[in-house]
Design a binder for this molecule. Sequence first.
Ligand code: ADP
Ligand code: DP6
Length: 324
Amino acid sequence: MKKIARAHTNIALIKYWGKQNAALRIPLMSSLSMTLDAFYTDTYLEPSQQEQFYLNGKLIEGPEAQRVFNYLHLLQRRYGKSGNLSVHSQNHVPTAAGLASSSSAFAALAAAFAEYYQLAVNETELSRMARLGSGSASRSVFGGFAVWQKGTDDQSSFAYSLDSNPDLDLQLLAVEINTGAKKRSSTKGMQAAQTSPFFAPWIKRNSLELSQMINAIKNHDFTRIGQLAELNASEMHAVNLTAQPGFTYFEPTTIGVIQLVHEMRQNGIEVYYTIDAGPNVKLLCQLKNVKIVKEKLVSAFDHVKIINASFGPGIQYLDNYELD
Ligand code: ADP
Ligand code: DP6
């Protein structure tokens, strides 16, 4: 029976934004993320005469499809497999908009590959496989909080579960400002960021920021988690702005939401932001503040869509299910 692999996206609270080895996607820094329940990708593979990639029911050609086929060829070489495959995938997340579609996409693809060839791989191995497709996908193998230890080579660079089912009141509000595909992929953005004079000093701070975040999570300290996540995201966007030449994923509304977050905090509403490689903002708050934060956003920006998320699970395999 055909099984479908489902992976949820994750949002990094300590970001991955640079590679020591581009081909193997070995990062320059360790990262930590929260897997989200609201956004996910479903994928299955089929034998086929010709390689084909269907995303959301549409045949995809060009560089997006090539990235998928190159990845499958790499896995086939590693595991001694061959044959043409067609990929069927459904994103329940906007594609390439800075809402982490590549994290759920390549975790689901790695799991679909393991399922198709019935590989006996454990979660660590699956995380390594996912990493080869997109770095952030290494963390989507796990639910709750995951840490991707940077390592030094293929064997030592994988994610592990920090807490698969956290007993913590942490809500994420995804503020969708523009869900169109971005012009500069994460892969290209992180390469360009390395030209910033602040890149090296930022990398030096990584082990400190990671250990502070792990402690905050262990202490169930929402305030500290929010402060550290906001600082780390701001550092990432500062290195983009100060790259040579500089660039940014921000749009005017992105700045507007950041200013509103500052204003809300001044007025006693505890909310923090984090932002990935796109204009959309993710807000971190507690359940008691979800309603008021949404109201403030809607009254300030009538065109934004807000999606509520909390902790999501790791990889799942679904029976008897058709992609919709
Ligand atoms: P995002 O912010 O969405 O993670 P990225 O630039 O990191 O954006 O990655 C987007 C790329 O991931 C897409 O251009 C495409 O190549 C790939 N991708 C997205 N969804 C899928 C999918 N379901 N299956 C395979 N590849 C996908
Ligand atoms: C800003 O994992 O998409 O979301 O490995 O080149 O595919 P590639 O990059 P990708 O980058 C994610 C960047 C980020 C931060 C993060 O998720 O850690």
